[in-house]
Ligand binder design. Structure first.
Ligand code: MEV
Length: 418
């Protein structure tokens, strides 16, 4: 049973001046979270030992392994989502990503933090059938056998069914009536898993029966990475004063509008949004390629959110995060597919366990909302810099750390989370 921590021990993501402290002190501060119950003893030991992966473990994870490729593991600070604090582990080589997300999260925190929610974890299995004679009748035939197909799929994933997940529905879409191409889609509740293996198992388990029902040739049996039924959303408000004045608030909103009007800008705007999401996803052992695929396919559905999502002018590709003016400042929203898991896959490796503990999430849905909020923070950090002094000063200051740490630390600006 979860027990309420005393207020003083409740983990906070606000650590003023953290970036200024020596590395050993930062490690000690984070590893000491073992005392609050947020970190396990094993994770604290992993952090104190400098993190990483043993070569033997790496060899079990992949093929043709010859060494370990390293990335720094940082924590982005200040994130509060739905009144809960989260330290966001980020594995990335670009220092401004951690700094910008932390700085933007601090501004949002001043107004109470992010709010957000995520859909139930329903993924889609696709069974692609070609050469179907009666495409007009295919939908009705699949509809009539949906329960049978779901039961067949469930038998292939008994442990997920025992945990409360499983196949929820089966539908059919005609892709090309003349060529007889259809796709049958099963919605699969994957619980706290990312779900790719489960969904692929279901797709393969039901394919032969679908072939009997529809005729034609079964071609592909695979999940869709456009996880449209597994969207995550986050919202944030920031006062103009916190942003640095009305001119900056106007600038952030104009920058958002630019991305809504121009696909060339929308791509860069979304790259900045995904900077933080990808970095956190790598640290958290998620399939970041799947998240990227889903995000950009979703962005190609236009801009705006929910049923109001519409093609951006001149192109269907639009920004994932948008900002509007309020009486006192700006408010931002983000919505994107978020197929992430807190069980299975790489989540068993010690570093990922430690990252998940730091992130302070109880399951996949909460993680999805946190990552959406990280995306919104990254986007705000970028737009605020772009609308103000420009991106290069902060970038160059942080890059200078590589050459001369003393100079980089002494300079004011966007650095490590304040
Ligand atoms: C750089 O990694 C990301 C930015 O280009 C994002 C943006 O332009 O919004 C700064």
């Amino acid at each position: 049973m979860a027990c309420e921590l005393p207020a003083l021990l409740r983990p906070s993501s606000r650590m003023a001046g953290f970036y200024r402290r020596p590395l050993a002190e930062r490690v000690a501060t984070i590893a000491a979270l073992v005392d609050t119950g947020q970190l396990s003893a094993a994770s604290a030991a992993w952090l104190r030992d400098g993190g990483g992966l043993e070569l033997a473990a790496a060899d079990r994870m992949s093929e043709n392994v010859v060494a370990i490729a390293g990335l720094p593991l940082s924590v982005a600070l200040n994130l509060r989502v739905n009144h809960v604090d989260h330290l966001v582990p980020m594995a990335i080589e670009e220092p401004s990503v951690v700094a910008a997300a932390s700085a933007a999260a601090r501004l949002v925190r001043l107004a109470g933090g992010f709010t957000g929610d995520a859909d139930a974890p329903i993924m889609t299995a696709q069974i692609h059938v070609d050469g179907v004679d009666d495409v007009a009748g295919a939908g009705a035939r699949i509809g009539a056998h949906a329960g049978e197909l779901c039961a067949l799929g469930d038998r292939a994933i008994p442990r997920m069914v025992a945990r409360g997940g499983g196949c929820r529905d089966a539908t059919c879409r005609v892709l090309d009536a003349d060529g007889g191409a259809v796709v049958v889609e099963l919605g699969v509740d994957v619980g706290d898993a990312m779900g790719a293996n489960l969904v692929d198992t279901v797709a393969e388990a039901v394919a032969a029966r679908i072939g009997e029902l529809l005729g034609g040739v079964i071609v592909l049996r695979i999940l869709s990475n456009l996880a449209l039924r597994r969207l995550a959303r986050a919202q944030a408000e920031v006062s103009a004063e916190a942003l640095g004045g009305d001119l900056l608030a106007d600038g952030v909103v104009r920058a958002s509008r630019f991305a809504e009007l121009d696909v060339a800008r929308a791509a860069t705007h979304n790259k900045g949004t995904m900077n933080g999401i990808d970095a956190a996803a790598v640290a958290l052992g998620q399939d970041w390629r799947a998240i990227e695929a889903g995000a950009h396919a979703f962005a190609a559905l236009g801009c705006g959110s929910g049923s109001e999502r519409r093609p951006a002018r001149g192109s269907a590709y639009g920004p994932l995060a948008t900002w509007r003016r309020t009486a006192s400042g700006v408010c931002g929203t983000i919505e994107l597919p978020m197929a992430v898991g807190t069980v299975g896959g790489a989540t068993r490796t010690p570093g990922v366990r430690a990252a998940l503990e730091l992130c302070n999430v109880s399951g996949a849905r909460q993680l999805a909302v946190v990552l959406a909020a990280v995306g919104l923070a990254s986007n705000l950090g970028a737009l605020r810099a772009l609308a103000g002094e420009g991106i290069q000063r902060g970038h160059m200051r942080l890059h200078a750390r590589r050459l001369d740490p003393a100079t980089a630390l002494a300079a004011p600006g966007e650095g490590g989370g304040r």
